[in-house]
Ligand binder design. Structure first.
Ligand code: ADP
Ligand code: MG
Length: 284
């Protein structure tokens, strides 16, 4: 796997401008690996410890929006409208039941984005430009400190927009046999984006999801991923936990649905680790 070192040794991009949010994209072209669950629950955990968080739902399926209880009728202005240039990002934002956690919801329209934008020159920068003035004229203490982008399960123009806008990528990997399959393609795309659209882009970390300690295969996958990816893998692993999978059907993050369950504990720990990594990036 050529290029991995280069992807991982890049500038952290952490020299953020004062007043600008940190922008993290949750990406993996595989579906069902925990991108949306991590966006919702890492977002909730960050908000719980005082950050002001915006989730940008970039999946036409809109699972992050639904999982946070945003009714389809409340999506009259969505991320699609923002990306095609018909609305400002602020106009698409709605609050959630979690204090300090807001979302820009998505609709199925997004699946037509690629056709809609055609070959317009700025097509890869639509999201970056939309986020650029997000905090402009924000009242004190209403500026966002984190933007989490929930990507679709594909390496298409939508994901490229997320990578062009982000400081760093957070990759959820499911603890299953094919976990590493597809990772090299993902890293190659990150490298391509780094060399063309966004030189400061880096990998924030890899989070192992749906871990089952009683399952030998799960343990083997963890060992392989840690050997292959080293320190980029977060210490915290998200266990497979039925409460985590039940929560979205109530339109709630698992931290609200059942704060004491092991899934909630893991996401709180992950948030602490993400913030710790942010501090390290800033001091280096
Ligand atoms: P993606 O966004 O990558 O497609 P999701 O976050 O939607 O993946 O997760 C896929 C499915 O797995 C969902 O039904 C979700 O509820 C479930 N799931 C995610 N994380 C866990 C977990 N830690 N324990 C149990 N189920 C989980
Ligand atoms: Mg998803």
């Amino acid at each position: 796997m050529d290029g991995i070192d280069e992807v991982f040794n890049g500038d952290s991009g952490a020299a953020q401008l004062a007043g600008q949010p940190r922008i993290l994209a949750l990406a993996n072209q595989k579906g069902g690996v925990g991108k949306t669950t991590t966006a919702i629950n890492l977002g909730t955990a960050l908000a719980a410890i005082g950050e002001r968080v915006l989730i940008v739902d970039l999946d036409p399926q809109g699972n992050a929006s639904t999982g946070l209880g945003i009714d389809r009728r409340n999506r009259s202005c969505s991320t699609y409208d923002v990306l095609v240039g018909e609305a400002k990002l602020r106009e698409a934002i709605v609050p959630t039941a979690v204090p300090r956690l807001h979302i820009a919801a998505s609709t199925m329209d997004l699946s037509g984005l690629e056709l809609e934008l055609g070959t317009t020159r700025d097509r890869a920068f639509r999201l970056r430009d939309a986020i650029a003035d997000l905090n402009k004229n924000a009242a004190p203490d209403t500026d966002y400190t984190y933007v989490l982008i929930d990507c679709p399960p594909s390496l298409n123009l939508i994901t490229v927009n997320a990578m062009a806008a982000a400081h760093a990528i957070l990759v959820p990997l499911q603890c299953e046999f094919f976990a590493l399959e597809g990772l090299s393609q993902l890293l190659q795309t990150v490298e391509q984006v780094r060399s063309t659209l966004n030189p400061a882009l880096t990998i924030h970390g890899i989070v192992l999801t749906m871990f089952d300690s009683r399952n030998n295969l799960s343990n083997q996958v963890v060992a392989d991923v840690r050997e292959f990816m080293g320190a980029k893998v977060y210490e915290t692993m998200i266990p497979r936990n039925v409460r985590v999978s039940e929560a979205p059907s109530y339109g709630k993050p698992v931290l609200v649905y059942d704060l004491k369950c092991v899934g909630s504990e893991a996401y709180l720990k992950l948030a602490t680790e993400v913030i710790q990594r942010e501090r390290e990036l800033r001091t280096h």
